[in-house]
Design a protein around this ligand. Structure first.
Ligand SMILES: [Zn+2]
Length: 352
């Protein structure tokens, strides 16, 4: 990964893009796209699209740019701020975190509070706190003062800078799935200097974590001949993993290809063949039901779109410290660029 691409990744990860409030990260994505794409657009849902013109089949490479977050539901008369989740949180990890509230007047820092453990009943002490028992303290001395600084519906993210763990591994917040939007655009960048026949669209889709809005509407609007969906998947190389249920998925083990639900088997086969031929390590993940990715919205769009899923192994998903390997990101870019180039002038994935 060169310095420019790494800086782009870190800029995306340091911005905030809770679902339905993706604009800050999407602006960074489009600005980067403008340096090499033929066309960069944004629509009324917030979907950002970068295109490389071609006469061949229409290819969609999609990664959702939203992340899970929180939003203000109520401000009480003592100035405490109450909140609802945006997306699927593990309530256990919210206690004691710092937040960045995205108010109309800019970022407002806060801390998530709860009753100290010393003052809990013996029975409650061993239990994780539930989200509805937590509040946010922004240092306000009254409800009136708090309401001047933040408003109902203001979104927020956990404040957590990215850390480099060495071995090309990083930890940070919302790697799910800004790194997918990054791979989509970096693939387009790679193809821009070695033009394929295909007409290629990178899509940074909104709201995957809550409604699948961007994947669904993006696939309908673009009507591609084939789609590649990027997301994170659960790594099973940690001490409490269940390989029997989840397979052998390793951080640094290369891209993970989904087999089963929503995925077109011929798209999968082509990815696996290209990975083997080019000595790119990869893993296969089995999906016996819907995948929980944007593929669930893209594959059934219109009359059905042949779709593949390329995932990146991620430890501690939906925590403020998700861990991935940058090597896996580079390998995914390389593999998808090979897939697009290999299509040539046709993309027939009919299952006979
Ligand atoms: Zn997620």
């Amino acid at each position: 990964m060169n310095d420019q691409s790494k800086q782009f990744l870190f800029d995306l990860l340091q911005s905030a893009s809770p679902s339905a409030f993706e604009e800050p990260a999407a602006r960074i994505w489009r600005k980067e796209a403008e340096s090499f794409a033929d066309e960069v657009t944004v629509d009324s849902n917030g979907n950002s699209i970068a295109r490389l013109h071609g006469d061949g089949p229409k290819v969609l490479i999609e990664g959702h740019i939203d992340e899970i977050g929180l939003l203000i539901s109520y401000i009480d008369d003592d100035g405490y701020v109450w909140f609802n989740p945006i997306g699927g949180w593990d309530d256990r990890i919210l206690t004691g975190q710092r937040v960045r509230i995205l108010s109309a007047n800019g970022p407002v820092p806060g801390v998530i509070g709860r009753r100290p453990a010393h003052l809990l009943s013996a029975e409650d002490r061993g239990k994780a706190s539930k989200l509805k028992e937590l509040w946010i303290d922004i240092g306000a001395t009254s409800g009136e003062q708090a309401r001047e600084r933040v408003s109902i519906g203001d979104p927020m993210v956990i404040e957590q800078p990215i850390v480099d763990l060495g071995n090309n591994r990083i930890a940070g917040r919302g790697i799910d799935n800004r790194m997918g939007a990054w791979i989509a655009l970096e693939t387009l960048r790679a193809l821009s200097s070695n033009r394929p026949a295909a007409d290629v669209y990178a899509l940074a889709a909104v709201q995957e974590e809550i409604t699948f809005l961007g994947g669904r509407t993006g696939a309908f609007a673009l009507d591609p001949d084939v789609a590649v969906v990027l997301d994170v998947t659960h790594a099973t190389d940690h001490p409490d993993a269940d390989k029997r249920g989840q397979g052998d998925v390793r951080v640094g083990g290369g891209p993970v290809l989904t087999r089963g639900a929503t995925v077109n088997p011929r798209v999968l086969q082509r990815f696996a063949d290209l990975a083997r031929a080019n000595e790119i390590p990869f893993a296969i993940e089995a999906a016996g039901r819907s995948t929980g990715t944007d593929a669930d919205g893209i594959a059934p769009a219109r009359g059905g779109i042949p779709t593949g899923i390329v995932s990146i192994a991620n430890r501690y998903m939906h925590s403020p410290n998700e861990v991935i390997s940058l090597d896996d990101l580079d390998a995914a870019v390389r593999l998808i660029a090979l897939f697009v180039a290999d299509l040539g002038g046709s993309a027939d994935f009919t299952r006979r």
